[in-house]
Design a protein around this ligand. Sequence first.
Ligand code: LLP
Length: 440
Amino acid sequence: MSAAISSRNFWYTGLMTQPGSLARNERGELCLGGVPLRNLAETYGTPTYVYDVDAMVREARALREAFGEHPHAIAYAVKANSAGPIVRALHAEGCGADVVSGGELRLALRCGVSPDDIVMSGVGKTDDEIDFALTRGTHGILAVQAESREELARIAARAHALGRVGRVSLRVNPGLDDIDTHAHIQTGHDEAKFGIAKDEVLDCVRELPPSLELQGLGGHVGSQFTTTGDYLRAAAVLFELARGASALRPLRFVDTGGGFGIDYGSGCPASPADFVRETLALLRSSGLGALALHVEPGRSLVGAHGVVLAKVIQQKRVAHRSWLMIDAGMNDLVRPALYQARHRIVPLTLTEGLGAKASVRVVGPVCESSDDFGTHELPLSPPPDAVAILDAGAYGYTMASEYNGRGLAAEVFLQGGAVVAHKARPSADAWAEERAAVGR
Ligand code: LLP
């Protein structure tokens, strides 16, 4: 068997074990949601994000089923991927929205999410954002989640000035120091800027001004948890406080946040449904079985079901290292540069003509050393002409920039095995004209 064919088998089986709908067809073409990605790269150019919206909806359904009959809400964290087709499809599957800015709040409303299903977090809400949230619908949004005592007082003052009763929840910082995820995405320790210190929460409940109505207590202690341990430790602190709070005022829900991890290639033993089932069990054993449980997942709904398509621009060899320059960079997908995150990279098509697999450093075209997607095993001499960067559905496009004069990537949305929507990448001319026109 030739090296090329054994490589092909390796990647074929590797991909077929993926939970999503990523697979190769008999021509060796990588397909997402049944659509060959090569065709999309040709039609829409590169770099292009492609999303399997049906698979995202299936994630939401599986999560909903994990709640059984227990009253619950799934507030999709729009920051993970704020594209209209995705927010609308998840809303149609019963998800509300977790938003962190006036922009995200307006987006959720425009996608049809009811104010009653929207919670607003965010450590730095402006008065305008608070006013807008408090005045949507009849009672304002489901909850403006206060991140500090001081902010709670400001929300109360805004509600009073508007002649409204503001619906609020309190974001609890449980003060857990040894949470097992990347330091940049931990949010529940004493050094984090997020939330109200756990020792102050019950005072806030006791002293709640009359212009506010407490809905619940919430917490979000980090992202990309691959096991349930730390999530449950944080939930235990939250539930203890919820017991105390509900002795003082009626509570409608507890919200244990997002954070359910996905498998970026090194495993993720706990599924989102495991997180929900174990959290529900803890809720019941804490004597709070009558309270609704809310969660705010982002990544786990969308992350595994998006890829970035990129063309190979140049293969280069310096000393003993092989490099593969692709036309997607850190401006398109910043996670590797920002968190040393690893995203698998695979050829778009496995053909007989490809060289044997070798270790190669895959890098983008941006003028920064951190524009580096890491070392991958890929065919070389010749290399593939195009690749897919996997698991890019969450925190990909939403964190992209135009650095180095690179317009934001195209986006393609798949449903029912077909393209249902797309957003083009601006041409270099269009990008240059827009910047040059400033102040002209
Ligand atoms: N709720 C709140 C209040 C949050 O701050 C976040 C995420 C979520 C929910 C959703 O968390 P998820 O289920 O997606 O883990 N850019 C980083 C992740 C930052 C997460 C920020 N907050 C990354 O690319 O890994």
